[in-house]
Design a protein around this ligand. Structure first.
Ligand code: GLC
Length: 597
């Protein structure tokens, strides 16, 4: 989590299994027998042999604390996820990414791991996990786990031992320094680095007379990736889950694995951040070149497992060229899907910016597959970031249409499909995220985007739990904003998402077609065509303005066959002249998706 986005405005069948086993045997003895077994298990019948499954996938992020509570303790769990798999299948998702479920001190709600090879009792057991995997597989849904490589919990046995003595065999698993003596002769941190979660990034441990480095909370000591033992231990943890049959990992904070070996001071950028710390350049703490060697070795390890295991990266980067490096550039030998937060995680609904970013994703990634993401558990929801307070529902449909019709793998976050709002606490005493407690009121933390999933109106917990004491409160609007009532309303956002996902799955142009930008000088309307190799064409026009607009869709000029459009999906409602040859007029914040016959 490297930037917090705020509001911009007020307001597998037998044949496939055999094939995989064949591929595995061709790759040879590098693959452990368990891996081959798991490979067969991880495959699902849906994916055509030629294209890896993740290329056109819709991936759904689950924040397990807040998805579904099955045992009435107020916190979501693995059996709860299993109960909701039918819903996910109906929605049309291909894979779920589950935020960390491992034993954790829960300071950062799972992102501070104490054991990489187990399940936190709060979420269930390893047997529950295996059952979930099996139930998901039956529904052709793959399971991706979150993997935290940058740091462990300070309660992890490695760190407890490392902080006991400099002679510990685990001491060098972490980043230690003696620091320096300040003017008064006191031991001080070695440099000016600050934690992304506030305060100095260095914590002194008297027992060893040294400081350790933490990019996040002080309870999250950074691992020392210059120590080959660390890489061995973390790769072993990933193998543990790969052999159980997980489809891959989302790599948490992966840009942060290495820090400058000389510990040089970060150049100040002027001003202070939401935590009250000086704004600093991250040239010495982020995106250091060594990280790519680790990623290549990691990818090579993943590729020894059949079944197209995937690596997704939490890669907040400043520009598309930086993102390209995370795919391995022209070599394509690092992550398959570093997260393209460049397109989606802005906070202004701006046709020009989206157009530029989408074009870059087509031209600057060496033909790698972009991954689009608008929402996650760390940022104000897109509903609130892009909404203008008047057209929010319509704007949410534009976000959905862009996410699901652009040439990219799509990632959505639980609740996004029903228009859940960000419910930021109004009193500091209600805040659960330590980031918000420390940062109040400038940074109110991430509770707002983590409130429980709103399933129905059956009880005051929106069907999420049976206890009123949920770990975060259920948002008051659950009576109207919930899965059950939206499922019954053909015009709901949920049904809009379902239709878009189904269209994307069944339409060749939307599934695999190239993108041709249309009407490129239009500052209000983003228009593009998707064209399949055999010429099937779909055009998408998104009016990102509060005024009616008539885009000039000159198909011939774009080298496209000009013919009568047939509307596939539109919002709000049927559009005038949608099916006529000639200009289409788009009401404010309209979406028009049409095929050319
Ligand atoms: C990532 C996670 C975030 C967590 C941080 C530290 O940004 O998404 O929730 O706090 O890493 O692990």
């Amino acid at each position: 989590m490297h930037m917090r986005l705020r509001r911009s405005t007020p307001g597998l069948p037998a044949v496939a299994a055999t094939l995989l086993l064949l591929v595995a045997s061709l790759v040879g003895s590098a693959i452990p027998a368990a891996a081959t077994r798991a490979a067969a298990a991880a495959a699902t019948p849906a994916a055509p042999a030629a294209e890896p499954w993740w290329r056109h996938a819709v991936i759904y992020e689950i924040y397990p604390r807040s998805f579904q509570d099955s045992n009435g303790d107020g916190t979501g769990d693995l059996n709860g996820i299993a109960q909701r798999l039918d819903y996910l299948q109906q929605l049309g998702v291909d894979a779920i990414w589950i935020a960390p479920i491992y034993p954790s001190a829960q300071v950062d709600f799972g992102y501070d791991i104490t054991d990489y090879d187990a399940v936190d009792p709060m979420f269930g057991t390893l047997a529950d996990f295996d059952r979930l995997l099996g139930e998901a597989r039956r529904r052709h849904i793959r399971v991706i786990l979150d993997m935290v490589l940058n740091h462990t919990s300070d309660q992890h046995p490695w760190f407890l031992d490392a902080a006991r003595s400099g002679d510990s065999r685990y001491h060098d698993f972490y980043v230690w320094t003696a620091g320096k003596l300040d003017a008064a002769g006191h031991r001080a941190p070695p440099n000016n680095w600050v934690s992304l979660f506030g305060g100095s990034a260095w914590e002194f441990v008297p027992a060893v007379g040294e400081f350790y480095y933490h990019r996040f909370y002080r309870q999250q000591p950074d691992l020392n990736w210059r120590n080959p033992e660390v890489e061995r231990a973390m790769f072993a943890a990933m193998r543990f889950w790969l052999e159980r049959g997980v489809a891959g990992f989302r790599l948490d904070a992966v840009t942060e694995l290495f820090e400058d070996a000389k510990l040089r001071d970060a150049p100040p950028l002027g001003g202070t951040n939401a935590q009250g710390d000086p704004n600093l350049s991250d040239i010495y703490t982020k995106n250091l070149p060594e990280v790519h060697d680790v990623m290549r070795r990691l990818r090579a390890m993943m590729d020894t497992y059949a079944g197209e295991r995937v690596l997704i990266g939490e890669t907040y980067l400043a520009n598309t060229t930086d993102l390209d490096a995370w795919y391995g550039g022209a070599r394509h030998d690092e992550l398959q899907l570093p997260m393209d937060t460049l397109v989606g995680l802005g906070n202004r609904l701006d046709a020009d910016t989206f157009r530029r970013r989408l074009l870059e994703s087509q031209t600057e990634l060496h033909h790698s597959q972009p991954l689009l993401v608008f929402d996650n558990h760390d940022n104000v929801r897109s509903w609130d970031r892009f909404g203008d307070g008047v057209h929010d529902a319509q704007i949410a449909r534009i976000v959905a249409a862009l996410l699901l019709t652009a040439p990219a793998t799509a990632l959505l976050y639980q609740g996004q499909e029903i228009g859940q709002r960000t419910a930021t606490p109004t009193r500091v005493e209600d805040v659960r995220d330590p980031l918000g407690i420390r940062g109040w009121p400038r940074d109110k933390g991430r509770d707002g985007e983590r409130t429980p999933m709103q399933w129905d109106g059956s009880n005051a917990q929106a069907g999420f739990s049976t206890t009123p004491h949920t770990w975060l409160p259920v948002t008051a609007d659950y009576r109207s904003v919930n899965v059950q009532s939206e499922a019954a309303d053909p015009e709901s956002l949920l049904n809009w998402y379902r239709r878009l996902i189904a269209l994307r799955r069944n339409n060749r142009a939307l599934r695999e077609g190239r993108m041709v930008m249309l009407d490129t000088a239009n500052a209000s309307v983003l228009s593009y065509a998707r064209v399949s190799t055999d010429g099937e064409t779909v055009i998408v026009s998104l009016n990102m303005s509060p005024q009616p607009q008539t885009p000039s869709l000159d198909l011939a000029q774009a080298g496209l066959r000009s013919s009568h459009p047939r509307t596939l999906l539109s919002s709000p409602g049927p559009l005038p002249h949608g099916d006529a040859k000639g200009p289409v007029s788009l009401p404010p914040y309209a979406v028009w998706i049409a095929e050319l016959r």
